[in-house]
Design a protein around this ligand. Sequence first.
Ligand code: AMP
Length: 546
Amino acid sequence: MLGLMQDKPLMISSIITHAARHHARAEVVSKTVEGAIHRSTYGEIERRARRLVRVLQRLDIGPSDRVATLAWNGFRHLELYYAISGMGAVCHTINPRLSADDIAFIANDAGDQVIFADTTFAPLIAAVAPAVRASVRAVVFMTERAHMPDIALPEGMDLLCYEELMAAADEDFAWPAFDERTAASLCYTSGTTGRPKGVLYSHRSTLLHAYALNMPDVFALRAVDRVLPVVPMFHVNAWGTPYAAPMVGASLIMPGRHLDGASLTQLMNEERVTISAGVPTVWLGLLAHLRASGQRLETVERFVIGGSACPRLLFEAFDKEYGIRVDHAWGMSELSPLGTYNTPTPGNQNLTGEALMRRREKQGRSLFGVDIRIIDDAGRELPWDGATSGHLQARGYWVCSSYFGGTPGDALDAEGWFSTGDVATIDAEGNMEITDRSKDVIKSGGEWISSIQLENIAVSHPDVAEAAIIAATHPKWDERPLLLVVARQGRTIDRDSVLRVYEGRVAKWWVPDDVVVVDELPHTATGKIQKLALREAWRGHLLAKG
Ligand code: AMP
């Protein structure tokens, strides 16, 4: 017997229609690439998204077609999110920090028909266009006529202006309902090894993920919040915030292209931001700015930090010096991205001092909707004792089952688990802690050493700005940890003083064998340290040293 409740498919358009009807005046504030602040509301975003569907139809876009965006966080990008998915097409957010070669590869792989781009990416579009002419028919710059870049596109590829197309369209469009499993958006992984792979989200997975983000022990957004996603809309849909915020009527503050400490401080104070989310690098920059300028963040209550392990320094500094709570989260493109979030349970809510800090450094508990487990090399499940580490797997409502172009289920094992490629421990309270990527773990004399833990300790040294631990080849132990560090501006690094920070914090045999000072560390397009490149360059360092 079936239940007798209304059977409405979970549609992304329902988020923006709800926001437009019940939170019509909640704001969408954008720092535009031209420099001015633009103010909109959910009411207006929904209306313009309907108009934009008409534009897409005029450009011959239909259900399942891929429409690419190459853009910062801003109101037009939000309109595109809702218009493209809402009409049944697929919004493919391209990461502009990838190389032109990778961008051409993924635009062709996705079969993008039209690219919507911010004007700042005009040179990138000019470089990529000849290589994507087989599938891309038009480039639309997300601006008014007066700011249109003057670039040459290959023959047959139109150069169009967003606001001109909008002015010529009508709003006479009703959001359709269709199968909630329909593809809604596409995001390619950063491709640290090999070519990027596409993760294809559905309306259903996106909606359920947004619901989960809004649970009390997770992002817990409220109608009175003013949310600033520093994480770009081209990085796993800004972690779902463009869906979670309108779902509850929270205002969105879109920072555009300038994500440095000074720009963020100004925007956060002027727009009374209450919560923000992004990767550790951004917060390290913001902290450095606050300390140097003496400025305060007047209204911010909380930062959500994820994407890489959050260094202890950020918990301590923001809590103690600025009264801002830092929440640690873990996820990945294949998980939409959120998998775990670190908030207390009855079993650990009264911890203090070092024990509390250790809890907060962990990546957190699994959200309802995603299950996790750790397994050994033979596939056996490992205990939740907070010490045994193994390969982390996940399964759930918003975990990928296959990559774009694959067959459903081909990225899963026989029991339906997706292997994350991370190595982790899980403690008795269910708190997961990433110790490494499977390919970055250091195997010293058969025992595993966590590179993440060693990096976190290294950056607690006052002279160290950034640190990377890699496995260097060792004649006796196979591999030993080698520490590469970048000095803070105006400081010099003393090797022995850096090694002393490990005393009493890790077992003696975990302490790195050497410290190398470098000018900079290579980063991927999503801001993670490129360990592979470092390993290739420095693997032989200990052998050469003798
Ligand atoms: P991406 O798909 O580009 O978002 O990268 C996902 C990967 O980033 C994960 O598999 C982890 O290796 C890493 N990651 C994400 N969040 C964290 C975190 N809080 N701590 C440590 N690593 C993280």
